[in-house]
Design a protein around this ligand. Structure first.
Ligand code: KIV
Length: 299
């Protein structure tokens, strides 16, 4: 490690101390909640990072909230890489994790490793997230061998929407709970550094959180997880759909944008924008000459 690299881990007034997975592990041990949010672009990622959020996920929810698809299945590697790069350029403190899109790790383990490497090498991601349990063990082991931290994702896994028959809370029967517990342990043993638990009963998330050694991050999984994550568009009312039960809106960006856009349109239509003070003017020595000069004749 170079001296510069070492210094950057100590932090300074202008360069904050970067969050690491060791930081998150210590938070679990200390019972300190971990904060996580999604972000997909430079401006939002800057705000999220500057607000002190620990982990920023470039989620494949990008497909819906940014690209307007009905579900997460169509989003491509190229689209995910493009947005991960934008987020990477904005973030100085939080961990940046990239969601592996559906189809990028489902064919072969080799392809999954290759695509994860692209997130790290081409977009600067520090970790990748994959959906699924015990069936992903080999992939998690290979990624861990390749020095890529893996975030597992269990419960309501949106990439399984067709198999699940919709977005339904998972882990409601004893058999399903046992399977979730088995999956959580399998992912941890394979080397996963974090587990996202989505759409599971509070009691189940609490049991998994107590049983595994790695931090759990909940979304629709109750307050007993080691941390929480939400989709930023849900948090600020930019999703254009009724919020799910587990969403709390902390602001109304839609109203803010609507008011601003409406005000702009009205001003343009009334010739109230731009004002003279918002216009450029000729230099003082050119203005009189310009005023006296005849109009150019048409040829
Ligand atoms: O894609 C996503 O945004 C996610 C999280 C909300 C966990 O997977």
């Amino acid at each position: 490690m170079s001296v510069t690299q070492f210094r950057s881990q100590e932090g300074s007034a202008s360069a904050p101390v970067p969050v690491t997975f060791q930081t998150l592990q210590a938070k679990k041990q200390a019972g300190t909640p971990i904060s996580a949010l999604t972000a997909y672009d430079y401006a939002t990622a800057r705000l999220v990072d500057e607000a002190g959020i620990d982990l920023i996920l470039v989620g494949d929810s990008l497909a819906q909230v940014v690209l307007g698809y009905d579900n997460t299945l169509p989003v491509t590697m190229e689209e995910m890489l493009h947005h991960t790069r934008a987020v990477r350029r904005a973030v100085r403190r939080a961990i940046v994790a990239a969601d592996m899109p559906w189809g990028s790790y489902h064919l072969t383990v080799e392809e999954g490793v290759g695509n994860a490497v692209r997130f790290v090498k081409e977009a600067g991601a520090q970790a990748v997230k994959i959906e699924g349990g015990a069936s992903r063990v080999e992939l998690v082991e290979r990624l861990t061998d390749a020095e890529i931290p893996v975030i597992g994702h269990l419960g309501l896994t949106p990439q399984s929407v067709n198999r699940m028959g919709g977005y339904k809370v998972q882990g409601k029967s004893i058999a399903a709970i046992n399977e979730l517990l088995h999956d959580a342990h399998a992912l941890e043993s394979a080397g996963a550094v974090l587990l996202v638990l989505e759409g599971v009963p509070r009691e189940v998330a609490a049991r998994i959180t107590a049983e595994v050694g790695i931090p759990t991050i909940g979304i629709g999984a109750g307050p007993d997880c080691d941390g929480q994550i939400l989709v930023i568009h849900d948090l600020v009312n930019l999703s254009f759909s009724p919020p799910a039960k587990f969403v709390r809106q902390y602001g109304d960006a839609a109203a803010l944008f609507r008011n601003a856009i409406e005000g702009y349109r009205q001003d343009v239509e009334a010739r109230a924008f731009p004002a003279d003070s918002e216009s450029y003017h000729l230099p003082k020595d050119v203005a009189p000459v310009f005023d006296r000069s005849p109009l150019r004749q048409k040829a």
